[in-house]
Write a protein that binds this ligand. Structure first.
Ligand code: CA
Length: 438
């Protein structure tokens, strides 16, 4: 488990001025990792760390020899490549050593400033890549509010199936169509049926939706045939991004039984490019509780540490910008807010459950949290919930209405963490735009 240390000190300031504004997502207390190059260049992609509105180029930090500690320098070498997999595989001690070294190098008055001033690239000039080679993508379903709301639409008398409170439900997703923020994709086509009908036709999806999720990257892998104890589960997880599990509801409704989602989910998935490490999230941990009259987790999915600090307070937002809003320059409309603190299952439980059958996990594997909806109806993390299954259109500030996502819409997720006496950190944007079907 990570612990609070000098890198979390809210009094720290950086010599990069834009990191000290108080409202930036990337103050010196955050230091998330990504992979980038200058936009429009043929430079190699390499690791970087977001600081204010800049990126600290980790390959340039290596060249400048600005980091002395051997553990941190080895971690720096692994983090300067075109994917972060090798760095992720090194484990919490290496992650923490590099974070500490970068925190010290970026602080106001750091001797390293002179060496590193030329290692900054403005974020607006950068092109971000998917930060890891993602071998496998698993999407969970950890919000009981989402599962209940969606379950009610299909099974009004029996919204939650009996397994839900015993294990973190998931399906194996598609890694190839995951892209970073800015993803633009064509409305998917597929088989759909008219209401009540059993004869499908093939054509563009009519009920395209987003799903407000977080993603967690596996750092240290596991060996086939071994399981992971709850006590060490988080040591396998590197960090967290925002994730939009775009979903074609009409395709999903026809195809999902009996084997689960397939083409309704695999056409596109968008993630935010900056991985906020679990160590950076340490100040925002919260107790994880299970209502007394609900089943308590089986021993292999339970631990005192998970109960005392397994949850994380991450405030989530969904914004929609339509073509008309873009044309009129009126700015996007807020669709909903929710918080990952309300998740029924924690990252540690997802990790322990995933490995509980002996399945091997690899550095760079990605978990989706499932749609994060809060307890109140306006906190739904998908339009399916906000529009009550498409029956009640949502009215936006400019009078436009939505039951599902329309061509030209840009959906943007944002997230931030605040805590008394702590710096505010954020995740940057996770944006995706829907183009007309081809
Ligand atoms: Ca999902």
């Amino acid at each position: 488990m990570a612990a609070l240390n000098e890198t979390h000190d809210p009094a720290l300031k950086s010599w990069v001025d834009s990191a000290n504004t108080g409202d930036t997502d990337f103050p010196i207390q955050n230091l998330p990792f990504g992979v980038f190059r200058r936009a429009g260049s043929d430079e190699p992609f390499r690791g970087g760390v977001a600081i204010g509105d800049q990126i600290l180029d980790l390959a340039a930090v290596r060249v400048a020899r600005a980091i002395r500690s051997t553990v941190a320098a080895n971690a720096l070498r692994a983090a300067s490549g075109a994917t972060l997999n090798a760095f992720m595989a090194m484990g919490p001690q290496a992650w923490s050593a590099l974070r500490l070294a970068l925190s010290r190098a970026l602080r106001d008055g750091a001797p390293a400033q002179a060496k590193l001033a030329g290692a900054l690239v403005a974020q607006r000039d950068a092109e971000m890549a998917v930060p890891a080679s993602i071998g496998d993508f698993t999407d969970f379903y950890t919000s009981i509010y989402h599962a209940t709301a969606v379950g009610k639409l299909f099974r009004p008398d029996n919204p939650l199936l009996p397994n839900y409170k015993w294990l973190p439900i998931a399906y194996h997703g598609r890694a190839s169509s995951i892209a970073t923020s800015g993803q633009r994709f064509h409305r998917p086509k597929g088989q759909t049926t008219p209401p009540g009908g059993n004869t499908p036709s093939y054509g563009p999806c009519k009920r395209l939706d987003y799903e407000l999720e977080l993603g967690a990257f596996v750092g240290v892998g596991t060996t086939m045939g071994t399981t992971v104890a709850m006590e060490s589960a988080e040591q396998h997880l590197f960090g967290v991004v925002l994730l939009n599990d775009w979903s074609a509801r009409d395709i999903q409704a026809w195809e999902y039984q009996p084997l689960g989602p397939f083409l309704a989910k695999s056409f596109a998935t968008t993630i935010s490019p900056w991985i906020v490490t679990l160590e950076a999230l340490e100040p925002y941990r919260a107790a994880w509780t299970r209502p007394a009259d609900d089943p308590q987790p089986l021993p292999h999915l339970d631990s005192t540490d998970n109960r005392s600090r397994g949850a994380i307070d991450i405030g989530l937002e969904v914004w929609l910008e339509s073509e008309r809003m873009r044309r009129e320059n009126s700015g996007p409309a807020l669709l909903s807010r929710s918080n990952f603190r309300d998740s029924y299952w924690t990252w540690a439980q997802m990790m322990a459950h995933h490995a509980s059958n002996g399945c091997n996990l690899a550095p760079g594997d990605l978990f989706g949290s499932g749609t994060q909806s809060g307890p109140r109806p306006e906190e739904g993390g998908a339009l399916l919930e906000l529009s009550k299954g498409g029956k009640e259109p949502v009215t936006l500030a400019n009078g436009e209405t939505r039951t599902f996502v329309e061509d030209g819409d840009t959906i943007t997720f944002r997230a931030s963490c605040t805590a008394e006496g702590r710096a505010r950190i954020g995740f940057g944007a996770c944006s995706g735009t829907v183009l007309p079907a081809t």
